[in-house]
Ligand binder design. Sequence first.
Ligand code: UT7
Length: 315
Amino acid sequence: MFNLEIIGSGVATLKNKYTNNDFKKFVDTSDEWIYSRTGIKTRYFTEDENTSDIGYIAALKAIEDANIDKNEIDLIIVATMTPDNFTPSCACLIQAKLGLNNKKIMAFDVNAACSGFVYALEIASNMLENYKCALVIGSEVLSKIIDFTDRNTCVLFGDGAGAIVVKKSLFDKKMLFYSNCIGDLQGKLIAENINKNGNFTYLKMDGKEVFKFAVNAMEKSINYILEKLNIKLDDIDLIIPHQANIRIIEYVCKKLNVSIDKFYMNIAEFGNTSAASIPIALNNAIKEEKIKENSKIILVGFGGGFTYGSCYIEF
Ligand code: UT7
């Protein structure tokens, strides 16, 4: 494994913003219920762009931010649970959209639901022995799999994409990953793409069960990093969690006895964008200068699978 240096980041800006009140058109709900139960006020949905379209926009922005020639990229990994196709993967489509088909590139998707970006980063880090410059993207068009007549789920999610460009770090900075999984045979968080009868099913979730899993997974993932590196939460400048529900973060804060200010949050604006939530939050925290040189941060993801994991990065 190699330490990564994040040399650029970018986010796709989507115009189609939905407020909580907009959902009253579809289901029996209220701004008060959604905001008090989740911390969500708005989210974005694409018009007709697919996952690779918005992933491509985020990738372009990250490449521009990194100030590199796009031809330097030789590895593209897209974390998504809503790919355009079974095949070709979003990573292959983004390679083509970037005009990099004449380059030697390895490109593939990773499906670890909301933990996908953390998983993809660990994979990239392990691959940097043989590759020089990786695009790691989290992109989701969850509106494709949302049942807009189910109030239990439709108000929670949004579409989005974030990307980073990473290279092997030349500096002596620490990095540590933790990835884990507890296979869910009961379908507590499931979106069947197409089953054997050729039927498509929308995303379904046992919210309470997933909530309990999420709190434990976050606590375990953060504690793993602290114990392995023999550091304390005071040594960490910022934690960027998967943005699923502000109450999950509040519970974790109580369990870890830490102020909520330690956690970066933008769920109010974006809702839950699954694999895109961490790269969007990471990009925004960098642009807002909440992450600067020498900052020590933890990314922590959890989601369908059930997957979970964390990543410690020194900037
Ligand atoms: O990213 C993947 C990971 N996902 C998560 O981490 C999600 C984890 N789970 C959660 O965030 C929460 O469980 C939810 C936000 C999904 C639900 O919150 P809750 O406090 O567990 O609510 P609940 O499911 O117990 O529902 C309470 C009530 C129910 O009514 P009754 O049966 O008590 O009459 C629901 O039908 O709230 C009702 N309800 C709603 N009411 C208005 C559910 N959704 C809505 C809604 N508007 N949108």
